[in-house]
Design a protein around this ligand. Structure first.
Ligand SMILES: CC(C)(COP(=O)(O)OP(=O)(O)OC[C@H]1O[C@@H](n2cnc3c(N)ncnc32)[C@H](O)[C@@H]1OP(=O)(O)O)[C@@H](O)C(=O)NCCC(=O)NCCS
Length: 207
């Protein structure tokens, strides 16, 4: 993203005025609840994200994933939220309150990045698309973002398809470090503009 675009985007982000309540915001969809990560979930977090098939598709998740990594994750989640630099959410299924994964937005160099993952047992049910769409609603409605970007590793077409369903458009490919694989992996970068998200919501019949 060009520097002037990044500056333009930041100008529109009212992060500092979100207040304590806004930072701890809870979101919901038809089937899911999104809440700030809770330390009580640490064992399930380690079991789910400790799965190499999950970790290898994320940029910054170590493998093996230890208790120390989980502890660091919760500390960073609290800090980034408090600083207005990140909005990590844990995903819970409404029916049985099961903790099934995570979705979040992260501000870096003036741009907002979307990330998401689910425990292996919960793939293929549309949960990622549903959770990510709600997080994008938060980005565009509450944070007043002008655009959001996301990247997917070339050998993870499932995630590429999630982003396509959400209306993201390909911008370019570049190598990105993957902690779990211990090497850089070709990553497809995509962006979703505010107008495109708004158009999509209208066509889905949303208010
Ligand atoms: C990527 C991930 C979040 C997807 O979660 P999910 O809940 O299964 O996703 P959804 O069900 O919402 O959508 C998946 C879509 O991909 C499609 N799909 C499945 N396998 C696919 C493949 N090999 N190639 C292309 N599309 C595929 C599904 O059919 C579905 O599309 P549809 O609704 O049109 O049928 C999940 O697999 C995951 O956590 N992976 C590991 C972490 C990760 O990759 N995170 C994203 C980093 S960019």
């Amino acid at each position: 993203m060009a520097a002037h675009e990044a500056r333009e985007m930041v100008r529109h982000l009212p992060f500092l005025s979100l207040g304590k309540e806004g930072r701890a915001m809870r979101l919901q969809t038809d089937r899911l609840l999104l809440r700030p990560p809770e330390r009580a979930d640490w064992a399930t977090l380690i079991a789910m994200i400790g799965d190499y098939d999950v970790a290898k598709n994320l940029a910054g998740v170590a493998h093996p994933y230890t208790e120390a990594h989980a502890r660091e994750f919760y500390i960073r989640a609290d800090e980034s939220r408090a600083k207005g630099e990140g909005w990590p959410f844990s995903i819970y299924r409404k029916g049985d309150s099961a903790y099934i994964g995570g979705v979040g937005l992260r501000l870096k160099d003036g741009t907002l990045e979307l990330g998401y993952w689910l425990g292996r047992a919960h793939w293929g049910k549309g949960y990622a698309t549903e959770a990510a769409r709600r997080a994008l609603g938060f980005a565009f409605h509450d944070l007043k973002a002008q655009s959001v970007w996301a990247g997917w590793f070339h050998d993870n077409p499932r995630s590429g398809h999630v982003l396509e369903k959400l209306g993201f458009r390909f911008t370019r490919s570049e190598p990105r470090d993957c902690l779990a694989r211990g090497q850089a992996v070709n990553c497809h970068l995509t962006t979703l503009a505010r107008e495109d998200f708004g158009r999509q919501r209208k066509s889905l019949g949303a208010a």
